[in-house]
Write a protein that binds this ligand. Structure first.
Ligand SMILES: [Zn+2]
Length: 250
């Protein structure tokens, strides 16, 4: 191979960022001048938070490692099941807690994650800067369909959501992250992300419609916004989805 190129191989879901014709193949990527390997893989199309392990000529390197041409570069995805951190110079230690910050375009997905009891920061209009900062400062996994947002340097934990359908997105995340292992369904307020607590019926009567008062005995209340929840039709719809995603009854 002539210098001035790197021979790049992407593994697994990192191929999703390539055009179909380029997937699962060795790519010869031209280099105008020496560059950080992070900039090379992002020029190819892969946002750096998707990469868990980078090998240059067989050795694990960090994103700042410079390539000048003639190297073999292999990029592996961040795995949910295998902890590559022991081998890897790029994968940051996993956050202690699985928490998310969700791009304003993914509101239904954010609601599903909250229904699963996962701490999910979401508002429908937030600038890219604020999303990236929230992810960085609070060690939340940034979920977005905007690949450019994930390429920002301060974003360490991020994932490009492949599907466009919200339910398919939830199944996708379940495969990528161990949602089943972290979920605590119906413990979090879907509108505000607050934590729910059991409530006595007499304490919440004023917040409940008359027909529900007659039919329901068990209520939960958001400790942040005060909204009251019970097992209505919405609950049963959500429960069916959660059962399908987790493979168990919540
Ligand atoms: Zn609430």
């Amino acid at each position: 191979m002539a210098s001035g190129h790197v021979a790049l191989r992407l593994y697994g879901p990192l191929n999703d960022f390539l055009t179909v014709a380029r997937r699962q193949k060795l790519l010869f990527w031209p280099l105008g001048r020496p560059a950080a390997v992070k900039d090379v893989i992002e020029a190819v199309g892969v946002p750096h938070p998707e990469v868990g392990l980078l090998l240059v000529d067989g050795a694990s390197v960090g994103f700042a490692h410079r390539v000048g041409g003639g190297e073999r570069v292999a990029a592996y995805p961040t795995f949910a099941a295998i902890d590559v951190a022991v081998l890897s110079r790029v994968a940051p230690p996993r956050p202690a807690q699985l928490r998310f910050v969700v791009d304003g375009h993914l509101g239904r997905l954010a609601a599903y994650l909250r229904a699963l009891g996962l701490d999910t920061d979401y508002t429908n209009h937030r600038a890219d800067d604020a999303l990236a900062r929230c992810s960085s400062e609070q060690e939340r996994v940034l979920l977005t369909r905007d690949q450019g947002l994930l390429k920002r340097r301060i974003v360490e934990y991020g994932y490009w959501v492949r599907s466009t359908d919200p339910e398919a997105q939830l199944f996708e995340l379940c495969a990528r992250f161990d949602l089943a292992g972290h979920a605590a369904p119906f413990t979090r307020c879907v509108p505000c992300n607050g934590v729910l607590a059991d409530a006595q019926k007499q304490d919440v009567l004023e917040r409940v419609p008359p027909r529900t008062r007659e039919r329901q005995e068990h209520f939960r209340q958001c400790t942040a916004c005060g909204q009251v929840f019970w097992r209505g039709s919405h609950y049963y719809r959500m429960r069916r989805l959660i059962e399908a995603v987790l493979g168990r009854t919540p």
